[in-house]
Design a binder for this molecule. Sequence first.
Ligand SMILES: Nc1ncnc2c1ncn2[C@@H]1O[C@H](COP(=O)(O)OP(=O)(O)OP(=O)(O)O)[C@@H](O)[C@H]1O
Ligand SMILES: Nc1nc2c(ncn2[C@@H]2O[C@H](COP(=O)(O)O)[C@@H](O)[C@H]2O)c(=O)[nH]1
Length: 205
Amino acid sequence: MTFKEKGLLFVLSGPSGVGKGTVCRALRERGTSLQYSISVTTRKPREGERDGVEYFFRTKEKFKEMIAHNELLEWAEYVGNFYGTPLQYVRQTLEDGKDVLLEIEVQGALQVKQNFPEGIFIFLVPPSLGELKKRITGRGTETNDLIENRLSTARTEIDLMKHYDYVIENDQVERACDRIEAVVTAEHCKQSRIIEKYKRLTEVD
Ligand SMILES: Nc1ncnc2c1ncn2[C@@H]1O[C@H](COP(=O)(O)OP(=O)(O)OP(=O)(O)O)[C@@H](O)[C@H]1O
Ligand SMILES: Nc1nc2c(ncn2[C@@H]2O[C@H](COP(=O)(O)O)[C@@H](O)[C@H]2O)c(=O)[nH]1
């Protein structure tokens, strides 16, 4: 029997405006081994966002069809829009032995945890709630109402961070990236030790 080495699934969540997207972009620029899943959403593209790059932008009807056909690993309604992770991309990439990073909100992350408990769950936190408000307001992409809505959702999300394996502060983008890379390295070491042990225990004399 062989022990096929699959990729690891990392899930990054955190309140709106904490800097998940910024940190993921910085990680990409570093050229780590992580692969990034592109989510499907029913929200309208922001200025500069392109279909198939930041998101696959779809209608509510199409999104519901994807749910009905079991095409999503997880999905959630977040502040009036639907978001979901295409299952096939994640499944195939992990099978190919590559790590995947999902940048998703908390309800979706908890679904992944139920269906894929071997995933590694990271929660990104801001230095303070005041700083979070400053960041989401400073981004200038949402109306005041939506900002308030996202900030009140943030409080509920923070209550759920106890379900995560790691809590990482995004005080500075490069430092947050270092911490995430340290988690990836540690999880790989753990995995290698398990595989090594398995091979030794199942070796034929
Ligand atoms: N460490 C940081 N220090 C200061 N500003 C930051 C930091 N990280 C991100 N920002 C800024 O905060 C704002 C929100 O960042 P970003 O859009 O990446 O957040 P997000 O968590 O992906 O939000 P959402 O969940 O709403 O998509 C951006 O203007 C970004 O430049
Ligand atoms: N459950 C999921 N949440 C997702 C997914 N893709 C993104 N997100 C999260 O939604 C909010 C809002 O994103 P925004 O781009 O509108 O600011 C944020 O927390 C994202 O992480 C997904 O596939 N599933």
